[in-house]
Write a protein that binds this ligand. Structure first.
Ligand code: C5P
Length: 220
């Protein structure tokens, strides 16, 4: 089968990660979680005492940590300076600060280069999930998907993942993060003109996976 590059973008809680991993595993492709990379650089900034609200300081620190992403969809990994960061990048503190860090152009340039080199070296193709993959990182991707869902559905899914978190508070936090990600100047969260939009509100995860697998197979 031919190598294929798939970009999956959308706001939080639309099922991007679960869908991307499952599609990649099913089709024998690599997988890259670009949100994990932005979380990893944010975690490094926090643990190294960088004031994440000061864009100049964040910009000058952007090149310092070494971030390595493992691309096996059944066991995705992320290390920062050789340390496994997969747990710490999911904390509330990182989640609340990642939008500020990822809005800094120097951070985006650095992480975008990393993403392009990972995609270029994926032998059998790759599923890359994020916010700006179809618009900026991989504008020539073979297939671009933009996942959406109602804020209520997204908050309910996230609260489920966070085991009993308050749905209302989760919804507010999601809306705030999406607004920040969509309104930043450098490569905001956006649907590429040639992306296929899939509204997942009424779909099960299995149905979304099948829909994306069918779209990828049509491209191969
Ligand atoms: O996907 P996830 O929710 O883990 O992403 C965390 C954050 O990383 C997003 O809210 C956004 O600020 C940033 N991000 C980004 N561009 C991407 C992927 C994630 O700015 N391609």
């Amino acid at each position: 089968m031919e190598s294929v590059i798939v970009a999956i973008d959308g706001p939080s809680g639309t099922g991007k990660s679960s869908t991307s991993k499952a599609v990649a595993a099913k089709l024998g492709l690599s997988y890259l979680d670009t949100g994990a990379q932005y979380r990893a650089i944010t975690w490094w900034m926090i643990t190294n005492g960088v004031d994440v609200d000061d864009a100049d300081v964040v910009a000058s620190a952007a090149g310092k940590p070494t971030i390595v992403s493992g691309t096996d969809p059944s066991h995705p990994t992320i290390t920062v300076d050789g340390v496994d960061a997969s747990g710490p990048i999911r904390t509330q503190e990182v989640t609340s600060k990642v939008s500020a860090v990822s809005a800094v152009p120097e951070v985006r340039t650095r992480i975008t280069e990393l993403q392009r080199s990972i995609a270029a070296s994926a032998e059998h193709g790759i599923v890359v999930e994020g916010r700006d993959i179809g618009t900026t990182v991989l504008p020539d991707a073979d297939l671009k998907i933009f996942l959406t869902a109602s804020p209520e559905a997204r908050a309910a899914r996230r609260s489920g993942e966070l085991k009993g978190a308050d749905v209302h508070a989760t919804r507010e936090a999601l809306i705030k993060r999406d607004a920040a990600d969509s309104s930043r100047k450098t490569s905001p969260l956006a649907k590429a003109d040639d992306a296929v939009e899939v509204d997942t509100t009424q779909l099960t995860l299995q149905q979304v996976i099948e829909c994306v697998v069918t779209l990828v197979e049509e491209k191969r």
